[in-house]
Ligand binder design. Structure first.
Ligand code: AMP
Length: 360
């Protein structure tokens, strides 16, 4: 068995599980630091495969293939969190995995995630475990009014969740899922924000300025910095992230999605144990982007500077919007992810527009 790498020097190899746009941007950031990447994906047409020659195709529960992957890497990380727990444990027995199995296990399951957040004394929407149609009805009655039913696992971009307005509704949506779920009271938030934070292997902590995030059809439309949060809320948001990162003994970049209530209270919606769509603006607006920061942490390097040197608006390019690539290329810093098929709702790229700094 290999000894677990503490620090990966230039020339070493970072393994990335998942070959989507996040893996692609991580690989590009690693290359700038003189690090190689090896990318593992379950299909051959991965956007990240276009930026490194060192790739492996295998199922996410293929333990032999994962062992072969681990053998090619000095440290391993993830660009998406829905890997089976036993596969993560298998990797962890062979190579340094950052963030580790514990953080991934908590963030993978909405019930353990919300329970963990609540135990830290942080605010969330009221939530209830739902394992049967009867429990769905009871949970709706307790939530009092509007609610959202979500599968505990494998949800993203609004998939695996549905609004419910009655006990019958709750039972019906649950029957449709055929999977363990949680019911959350509906939060009438003023707007959404997120904190992109990093924790180094040495416990060092750094957080970017929290962006404000606008969604359309459950998909992120844009992230804007500075947000409408005041200075005290910005500090509170960063403190929330620090508490979560410390409690998970986290290594790497993570995002904490927040609801900002009308009275200014910050409620935690979820933790993403990876780089995050709402942090893409850091590529242009900060010395060290979230992608470089994650690679630094995974490789055991010191964290980079997170200060923002410009205001920024990041807009996602979704589906057929990518056809306008030429005009988009004139409108700001264009990023296209190399996806051949522009399916409806698919994130094809993003564009970041900078303005002079108005608020440090
Ligand atoms: P999630 O998959 O939990 O990140 O939810 C996706 C989006 O649905 C969030 O960004 C919110 O816009 C909305 N949403 C999720 N949970 C709630 C809630 N409890 N109350 C109101 N809106 C919610």
């Amino acid at each position: 068995m290999k000894t677990l790498a503490k620090q990966v020097a230039p020339g070493g190899t970072i393994g990335i599980v998942g070959g989507g746009q996040l893996g692609r941007m991580l690989a590009m950031a690693a290359a700038r630091l003189g690090l190689k990447t090896c990318i593992y994906n379950d299909a051959p047409d991965a956007p990240a495969f276009q930026v490194t020659p060192n790739v492996l195709v295998g199922a996410y529960d293929d333990l032999d293939a994962l062992a072969g992957f681990a053998g090619r890497c000095d440290a391993v990380t993830f660009e998406f969190e829905n890997l089976p727990a036993h596969a993560i444990a298998h990797l962890e027995s062979r190579v340094a995995v950052r963030p580790g199995a514990h953080a991934l296990a908590i963030a993978q399951d909405r019930l353990s995630e919300k329970s963990f957040i609540e135990k830290l004394g942080l605010k969330t929407a009221p939530f209830f475990e739902v394992s049967s149609a009867q429990q769905a009805r009871e949970a709706f009655a307790q939530a009092g009014g509007k609610a959202i039913l979500k599968t505990r696992r494998f949800g993203y971009d609004g998939k695996g969740q549905g609004k419910v307005a009655s006990a019958d509704d709750a039972a019906k949506v649950f029957e449709g899922f055929r999977a363990p779920a949680i019911l959350e009271g509906f939060v009438d938030f003023a707007y959404e924000a997120s904190v992109i934070a990093a924790r180094g292997a040495d416990g060092a902590f750094a957080a970017y300025d929290p962006p404000q995030n606008d969604h359309e059809n459950h998909i992120l439309r844009r992230s804007t910095v500075p947000s409408r949060l005041n200075a005290a809320q910005v500090e509170e948001a960063k403190a929330i992230a620090r508490k979560i990162g410390d409690a998970l003994d986290y290594v790497g970049v993570f995002a904490v999605e927040l609801f900002v209530a009308a009275d200014g209270a910050l409620l935690v919606n979820e933790i993403a144990p990876r780089v995050h769509n709402t942090g893409h603006w850091t590529i242009e607006a900060c010395q060290c982007s979230q992608f470089e920061q994650h690679i630094r942490a995974v490789a055991g390097w010191p964290l980079g500077a997170v200060e923002r040197h410009a205001d920024a608006v990041m807009e996602n390019i979704i589906g057929a919007e990518a056809d306008a690539w030429e005009s988009l290329s004139k409108s700001g810093a264009l990023h296209l992810y190399g996806k051949s098929e522009a399916r409806i709702g698919r994130k094809m790229g993003h564009v970041t527009r900078l303005k002079p700094l108005t608020k440090a």
